[in-house]
Ligand binder design. Structure first.
Ligand SMILES: Nc1ncnc2c1ncn2[C@@H]1O[C@H](COP(=O)(O)OP(=O)(O)OP(=O)(O)O)[C@@H](O)[C@H]1O
Length: 235
């Protein structure tokens, strides 16, 4: 497997506050990776730093060997990073169809095939295709948000806490869809819901106080109650 995203000694800041102190992580093409850690550990800030929505002070971020540091956010997106923010990032006043069309870089055969795939993956969206996004449930909005990133030919999807605020039955559905997505696309998933992370990811990294402190195979973490208690508070 070849390295797709490589982050070394990353430090980033918001205003006067240094949020990330030392983040190191490597993701290979085709992997499904969970980024875990307690509330306020720096997971969202890390995704935002990758997208240059938060400023990097030092360290390196490379996608396929090309530096992302200082690159404008829209160019990072075009380099193949699909970002699904925590607050959905959908347009309430547009229908599902319009939300997807607005997100498309182009409307070629490949994109339209991806759109068909999305509507198979999320039948809820197919049924409600002409409905305004504001009328959708939390789960449907999350599906739409993921679909907006999925409709383009991205190299990696960054998904920030997709399970947040959703009912267990919806989370299960979403986990299933994300597992399916991860068969074709490299995924970096930020999650507080450990069961969801385990259902989707093969590998994990843990962030604590702005530093990556642990990494490995998620199957090993599932067995390691001590590590779970130390960094995740999972009982
Ligand atoms: N705009 C901001 N100004 C100052 N500090 C901030 C800002 N945004 C985030 N932080 C701080 O950065 C730290 C990391 O926050 P972040 O949201 O990245 O954590 P997280 O691991 O994603 O947690 P959560 O799951 O609760 O969102 C926290 O201490 C938070 O208070």
């Amino acid at each position: 497997m070849s390295s797709l995203l490589k982050v070394d000694n990353l430090e980033s800041y918001i205003g006067l506050f240094t949020i990330l102190h030392d983040v190191n992580l490597e993701i290979n093409k085709g992997e499904a990776v969970a980024l875990l850690g307690r509330n306020g550990a720096g997971k969202t800030t890390f995704l935002k730093t990758l997208m240059n929505l938060v400023d990097t002070r030092s360290g390196s971020i490379e996608l396929n060997g090309k530096s992302l540091v200082g690159v404008p956010t829209h160019k990072i997106a075009k380099m193949g990073i699909g970002y699904v923010p925590e607050d959905y990032g959908v347009f309430d006043a547009l229908t599902i169809e319009e939300n997807l069309k607005v997100a498309m870089w182009k409307e070629d055969k490949e994109t339209l095939e991806r759109l068909d795939y999305i509507l198979e993956l999320f039948p809820d969206l197919k049924i409600a295709y002409k409905r305004m996004a504001k009328t959708l449930s939390g789960g449907q909005r999350q599906m739409l948000s993921i679909s907006r990133a999925l409709v383009n030919k991205n190299q990696i999807l960054l998904i920030d806490e997709p399970s947040k605020g959703l009912a267990p039955v919806v989370i299960e559905k979403l986990a299933h869809a994300l597992k399916e997505i991860s068969q074709n696309t490299t995924v970096l998933l930020v999650e507080q819901n450990f069961a969801m992370a385990c259902a989707v990811a093969d590998k994990f990294f843990i962030i604590s106080e702005g530093k990556t402190v642990e990494s490995g195979n998620i199957k090993d973490l599932m067995q390691d109650k001590e590590l779970q208690n130390k960094h995740l508070g999972v009982v």
